[in-house]
Design a protein around this ligand. Structure first.
Ligand code: ADA
Length: 552
């Protein structure tokens, strides 16, 4: 199941067995090929827990025609072969991609995915980091049989104009034949339908736009997460040849002065930073685990989640749409200094991650803000230019949502004027001993002085660590559950009573694995700042957060 709803009513899907054959190629791997479930990361295999290298996943299936292979995510270099012919490649674990095999004869075929999670200069975003870069096919794979002209995207962006809702729809089709072709594009939304004859030039992708007026709709909100289904069809000589189904919601996010408005009402964000990771499953989180995380967050009184530091599985976003959980989604990049940002591969890969995130996730009503470039070199001239470019790219890809970036906790940022919402990561009481109120007030002075005056401000990270099960009778020792609970209480009380702030994302929801190079400052080679551990066992801070989030 790659989504929580069917994306096609008429396109033929070729069922692949979830059981693939995995063969590793480097030291520390398997001696013999073994069966492996897809999706999953190879680190979930007890012998591959620390394997960093190359591997191949193979699978046979029966089918033919134009075959579209869609990958939700491969961590983190992928090359896809059909019967040993290279179809395409992709870099980065956190966005989907597809490859097409044209005019394949009916029969039994072998698909092979060569995966590589070794670090290297060609991988500018996947670097040894304060989270783990896993190996494997981490999100679902589908194979579909498509006609020569088929649908590749359906965007539905709602707008409330003079009190009336409309939705701007873009339907994109691709013609993979050698000749221009004309199809009827039909759109269905509720009881209404629209259609237009469209010419698709040979060998190209072509889009057509509709603005649909929707006078009577139910608005999506965290309390009433009402979703609408829209279906686009292609028809030829009266017969439907392809279709694509998407879900969206009618809701509006606006910035008014220093407040973020959702459907005209000011938002106060109470949320968590959540890495896409669950215990031994690593970054390949089963959908049941995603749902449970969201249930825990709701139980804790949260209304939002930040997908630090990369785009998430669309199934997680589907669940957020369903449950009314607001999402800050950000493209991939964490903690890059100027040297890393100057890697020639950095900006091209970041642009791709940003573009793929927005075009793949634009329909999710739960996403209320786009983010980028967590704690990179926003205090240097070069870094500033990168931030400005990516924030502008986000705006140009989707003018309907505000943009932000979680900035360094040290002073000197050059870009407080650039985002629509200013977001700050700070760890008073954990990394430094300042009073929380004074620490935040100092930062507010700096933000206002340097171009952020009048904008909404969010604390995008704050927290402290605890090792699950480590108790200090005096409650004073760092890494004890008691000390973490005290720190979070002090931090949250200061933030929740601060009139100038628009919300907080606690760092972090659950403990996560980190790269070994971080081990000396990260006991257990984990980032232990979760209020639950990697298996979601609550620490003492859990009930503190629940009490304070619910007190609002
Ligand atoms: C930063 C960073 C996080 C994490 C955190 C921490 O704010 O954005 O990814 O590393 O610090 O735990 O120190």
């Amino acid at each position: 199941m790659e989504r929580l709803f069917a994306q096609h009513a008429c396109r033929e899907k070729i069922e692949l067995s979830p059981m693939w054959l995995l063969k590793t190629e480097d030291a520390g791997g398997l001696e013999k090929p073994e069966k492996a479930l897809v999706p999953s990361v190879w680190e979930s295999h007890p012998r591959l827990r620390n394997y960093r290298g190359r591997a191949a996943y193979t699978q046979t299936f029966t089918g033919g025609g134009n075959l579209l292979f869609r990958f939700g995510g491969v961590s983190f270099r992928a090359k896809v072969f059909l019967n040993d012919v290279l179809l395409g490649e992709h870099m980065d674990a956190f966005t989907g991609f597809s490859v097409l095999a044209k005019g394949i004869e009916e029969g039994t075929h072998t698909v092979r995915v060569a995966v590589d999670n070794r670090f290297g200069p060609d991988a500018a975003l996947h670097v040894p980091n304060d989270y783990y870069s896993y190996g494997g096919i981490n999100r679902p794979v589908t194979v579909e049989r498509v006609p020569d002209i088929f649908l590749t995207a359906l965007y539905a962006v709602p707008e409330c104009k003079d009190g009336t809702w409309q939705v701007h729809v873009t339907v994109t089709g691709r013609n993979v034949s050698g000749e221009d072709g004309t199809c009827t594009v039909r759109l269905f939304l509720g009881d209404a339908h629209w259609e237009e004859d469209v010419r698709f030039p040979a060998g190209e992708e072509h889009s057509v736009r509709f603005t649909l007026s929707c006078p009577e709709v139910q608005v999506w909100s965290p309390e009433t997460p009402v979703l609408y289904t829209i279906r686009a069809c292609l028809a030829k000589d009266g017969e439907v040849t392809d279709d694509l189904i998407e879900r969206f919601g009618f809701r509006e996010v606006r910035i008014l002065g220093n407040r973020i408005l959702l459907n005209g009402q000011p938002l106060f964000l109470r949320g968590f930073n959540r890495h896409e990771e669950l215990g031994a499953f690593g970054v390949s989180v089963p959908v049941e685990g995603m749902m449970r995380d969201l249930q825990l967050m709701r139980e804790l009184g949260a209304n939002c989640v930040r997908t630090c530091h990369y785009p998430n599985d669309p199934r997680f976003l589907d669940l957020c749409d369903e449950l009314g959980m607001l999402v800050w989604e950000e493209s991939h990049a964490r903690g890059m200094n100027e040297e890393k940002m100057r890697n020639p591969a950095f900006m091209p890969q970041l642009r791709t991650s940003t573009r793929e995130m927005v075009v793949q996730h634009i329909n999710h009503p739960s996403i209320f803000i786009w983010g980028c470039l967590n704690e990179c070199a926003d205090d240097t001239v070069y870094g500033e230019a990168c931030y400005r470019e990516i924030l502008d790219l986000l705006r140009s890809l989707d003018p309907s949502r505000p943009v932000t970036a979680a900035l360094l906790r040290r002073p000197g940022s050059r870009i407080f004027d650039a985002p629509d919402v200013v977001s700050i990561n700070t760890y008073p009481q954990w990394y430094h001993n300042a009073s929380v109120r004074e620490d935040i007030d100092d930062k507010l002075v700096e933000i206002r002085k340097k171009g952020g005056m009048g904008k909404p401000i969010i604390i995008s990270e704050i927290g402290g660590g605890a090792i699950y099960g480590f108790h200090d009778p005096l409650g004073e020792a760092k890494w004890s559950e008691e000390r973490q609970a005290t720190i979070l209480r002090t931090q949250l009380e200061a933030i929740l009573s601060h009139e100038a702030l628009s919300g907080v994302f606690l760092w972090q929801f659950a403990d996560v694995r980190v790269d070994e190079s971080w081990a000396m400052s990260r006991p257990r080679t984990m980032n232990n700042k979760g209020i639950v551990d990697e298996y979601r066992r609550p620490k003492a801070a859990y009930s503190v957060v629940r009490e304070l989030f619910h007190s609002l």
